[in-house]
Design a binder for this molecule. Structure first.
Ligand SMILES: [Zn+2]
Length: 186
């Protein structure tokens, strides 16, 4: 799932401490390209990560999350910040996770971040997913974390702390999801 209630990182406060990456065995044998540039030719065995097709599950729109979805539809990645303690928060909440203040305001993220954790999925949760795909936790430069999927790079090019930028893909009319691509390619 992608979206504000995916909740992989309840990080209203600070990024979670780094944990050891857990990888599947299959990617160890993935082809290694001499250059990290995106390989986009549709050859057999191509491993470039792409956005999912229509029909994937994603977090439902609610009154609480609606500003996030409206932002995504126009290409803005929004998050909440506490007006009392200044901490950023995501997914959307009614109160600050740090000080419990309800004085939360929406801000626009600059859309840049670093790759905190990921996995590569080869057996999809539903046929709508294009495999392989890489669910990931990204630490935004504003200091909060977001669960997303990586796109625009080869599986073999994924590494911790990769610089990323948000890219939006419309998944159904009026609803776009935030994916992340290498900063140099976004
Ligand atoms: Zn607060």
């Amino acid at each position: 799932m992608i979206g504000p209630s995916a909740g992989a990182a309840e990080s209203g406060t600070a990024p979670l401490p780094r944990v050891r990456q857990v990888r599947t065995g299959e990617e160890k044998t993935a082809p290694t390209h001499a250059h990290s540039e995106t390989i986009s030719l549709a050859t057999d065995g191509a491993r470039e990560l792409r956005a999912a097709a229509a029909g994937i599950p994603f977090a439902p729109r609610t009154p609480l999350t609606e500003p996030f979805w409206v932002g995504c539809a126009r290409g803005d990645l929004l998050f909440q910040r506490c007006s009392d303690c200044g901490r950023p928060g995501f997914p959307p909440a009614v109160a600050c996770r740090s000080c419990l203040s309800r004085a939360l305001r929406w801000e626009r993220s600059a859309g840049g971040g670093t790759l905190y954790s990921w996995t590569v999925v080869h057996r999809p949760a539903s046929p709508a997913f294009r495999t392989p795909y890489a669910p990931a936790i990204v630490t935004l430069d504003e200091g909060y974390q977001l669960m997303t999927c990586l796109v625009g790079l080869d599986v073999a090019a994924i590494r911790a702390d990769l610089r990323l930028r948000v890219v939006f893909h419309e998944i159904e009319p009026g609803t776009s999801l935030p994916y992340f691509a290498p900063a140099h390619a976004a």
